[in-house]
Design a protein around this ligand. Structure first.
Ligand SMILES: Cc1cc2nc3c(=O)[nH]c(=O)nc-3n(C[C@H](O)[C@H](O)[C@H](O)COP(=O)(O)OP(=O)(O)OC[C@H]3O[C@@H](n4cnc5c(N)ncnc54)[C@H](O)[C@@H]3O)c2cc1C
Length: 328
């Protein structure tokens, strides 16, 4: 994720080897997407001593071709928006462990949080914001990676409007997939929905709105996504029971087969829900006092940039209140 994007931070802000050992941070922010970067900006404006640990700066925004629903920009590319977020954080001095991820979380007897990174760096902080985001579950079929952003989308809410009036296939059988199909119908696209599982999982109220308006193909496998190198031209599918392969001529492949929160390292540290998302209350508090969470890794509904950014702001203000003992 984010290989195309490098943050040009002023010298002196990157955490040097061993430097973290002598330091106690007010706040450690884990994740450099919209939630983490916005949290950093708010915390730094509150003059907290902040370290941000993240493999990349931008998160999923780096994977987004174009954004039309972040206020202030009628259209902006994902990498450009990520660059603007980073530049805003850069106005302040923070310590950055870029290119690293946190692999272990614990709390010592004095209540301080100990974070171990992928390079075995030990970071100690008085509070933590978890902003590790999520990743869309991929199909893992030939052509998917090659055409990502050129016809293949892992976020129908985000990219659907780019396929207005063009034929699309929506892959999935749950509420997200069926909602995406309804949205695409509203945009005048001919829609085929291919369920890679056996049986539709979407609510019947949604399915009822869809029937007779789209082609519904239950229990199929997508075997390949192909195109002319520049854009998608079709997908190959076969029935799961072994029938003949066929090709659907489409310009868009919207994959909605679930989300995977990046919370594997958090199990046992904070409470997660059944979807493995960090449970938060309306003050962005997790089950562990002093640990806050924001954005797509949390149980907050709707996964969007503006929501993650707002959530990051809220978490930073909550962490500040916690550190200064200000009652909610
Ligand atoms: C293809 C695509 C297109 C999209 N288009 C739009 C759109 O047009 N409009 C819109 O509003 N939303 C869009 N979204 C959704 C939007 O990008 C997300 O909702 C938003 O990025 C969530 O922000 P976040 O900071 O919570 O998480 P993320 O953006 O996922 O960032 C999480 C960060 O945490 C880091 N991280 C993960 N694990 C660790 C760890 N263990 N230690 C340290 N760091 C870690 C990641 O590397 C990343 O930097 C799109 C998503 C995708 C995939």
């Amino acid at each position: 994720m984010g290989l195309e994007f490098k943050l040009d931070l002023p010298s002196g802000t990157n955490l040097k080897a061993g430097e973290e050992k002598e330091q106690l941070f007010d706040l450690a922010i884990v994740g450099g997407g919209p939630a983490g970067l916005t949290a950093a900006m708010y915390a730094l404006r509150k003059q907290l001593y902040v370290v941000l640990i993240s493999p990349d700066l931008g998160g999923q925004v780096l994977l987004t071709r174009g954004v039309e629903n972040y206020m202030g920009y009628q259209y902006i590319t994902g990498p450009e928006l990520a660059r603007k977020f980073s530049a805003q954080v850069r106005q302040f001095t923070l310590k950055l462990a870029q290119g690293e991820s946190v692999t272990r979380f614990s709390q010592d007897g004095k209540g301080l949080f100990q974070l171990v990174t992928s390079t075995d760096r030990f970071i100690t902080a008085r509070s933590v914001i978890l902003a590790t985001g999520k990743r869309s579950r991929p199909l893992n079929v030939p052509g998917e990676q090659e055409y990502l952003g050129r016809g293949v989308s892992l976020c129908a809410v985000c990219d659907g409007p780019f396929f207005k009036e063009l034929p699309v296939v929506i892959v999935g059988g749950g509420n997200s997939a069926i909602s995406a199909a309804l949205d695409m119908l509203d945009l005048g696209s001919p829609v085929t929905v291919v369920n890679v599982a056996d049986g539709w999982q979407a609510d019947s109220v949604l399915m009822d709105q869809l029937r007779d308006r789209v082609t519904l193909l239950d229990a199929h496998k997508v075997t390949e996504i192909h195109g002319d190198k520049e854009k998608v031209s079709g997908v190959k599918i076969t029935p799961r029971d072994g029938g003949a392969e066929r090709t659907l001529d489409v310009r868009g492949v919207l994959i909605e087969i679930g989300l995977l929160p990046n919370t594997e390292a958090l199990a046992g540290f904070v409470a997660l829900n059944a979807r493995q998302e960090v449970l938060t209350d309306c003050f962005s508090r997790t089950s562990r006092p002093g640990v806050f969470a924001a954005g797509d890794c949390t149980s907050v509904p709707e996964k969007q940039i503006i929501i993650a950014a707002g959530d990051g702001a809220k978490a930073a203000l909550a962490a500040h209140r916690f550190l200064k003992h200000i009652p909610d």
